[in-house]
Design a protein around this ligand. Structure first.
Ligand code: ADP
Ligand code: ADP
Ligand code: ZN
Length: 217
């Protein structure tokens, strides 16, 4: 059983690195960003609440986010293991997660931080685009679809850019997330769970580094 957290600033490649890990280890992918976007598109109460923060690149309140994760972790597909992608993002969330996992008796195996210099993050976020049909993530510069305009995964031909990937919002997202990031890394370092990988290399190499860490668990 692998219960993993992927840390990393917006654009570090958490979603991209999650895909091959999930395939290899059959883990449930728990992305709070994806869950909020789904809730927003469905117009649920959580979605309407989250939208107030997400549109400006701010963090959704800790309790709202932790509750969403707590509910998600009770679904049976998470029993063989899970990847938390984008949660926790604050030490308050990390403390709340400790309580949730203790209650569910699901200890963490490993916390991996994908580290990328900020200038590169700005570049990556402004060039990110997503398949409308299946949600696969691409990059105009570093990771385009193999055939132009056709999704590698599902063959779809409609794509979009996230509203919060536009330059004004990106600036605030990076600022907000950066402030929270060091305390989080300290939190898991103190628990001897932390590994940092270099995210400024090709996706296959990032995956190989993460896989090498997981193979020892
Ligand atoms: P996050 O989930 O951490 O926000 P994503 O996985 O969505 O990050 O990646 C952000 C953008 O950078 C996407 O456009 C993605 O295609 C691209 N990307 C992801 N990993 C890499 C990498 N190792 N090298 C170059 N570009 C990458
Ligand atoms: P990225 O990793 O590219 O920043 P995500 O898709 O993970 O983007 O998150 C999008 C937005 O959803 C964040 O900017 C934030 O508003 C909200 N969000 C996601 N995860 C959390 C979290 N753990 N705590 C608070 N807000 C969150
Ligand atoms: Zn697709």
């Amino acid at each position: 059983m692998l219960n993993i957290i992927l840390l990393g600033l917006p654009g570090a490649g958490k979603g991209t690195a999650s895909a091959p890990i999930i395939d290899k280890y059959h883990l449930a992918h728990i992305s709070t960003g994806d869950m909020f976007r789904e809730a927003m598109s469905e117009g649920t109460p959580v979605g309407l609440e989250a939208k107030k923060y997400i549109d400006g690149g701010n963090l959704v309140p800790d309790e709202v986010t932790a509750k969403l994760v707590e509910e998600r972790l009770q679904k049976p597909d998470t029993t063989p293991g899970f990847i938390l992608d984008g949660f926790p993002r604050t030490t308050v969330q990390a403390e709340l997660l400790e309580d949730i996992l203790q209650k569910l008796n699901r200890p963490l195996t490993s916390v991996i931080s994908i580290d990328v210099p900020e200038e590169i993050l700005v570049e990556r976020l402004s060039a990110r685009y997503i398949c409308k049909n299946c949600g696969a993530t691409y990059n105009k510069i570093s990771n385009p679809t193999k055939v132009e305009g056709v999704c590698d995964r599902c063959g779809g031909n409609e794509f979009y850019q996230r509203e919060d990937d536009k330059p004004e919002v990106v600036k605030n997202r990076l600022k907000v997330n950066k402030e929270m990031n060091t305390p989080l890394i300290d939190f898991y370092t103190a628990k001897n769970l932390m590994t940092r990988v270099d995210g400024n290399q090709a996706p296959e190499k990032v995956f190989a580094e993460i896989d090498a860490v997981l193979a020892t668990k």
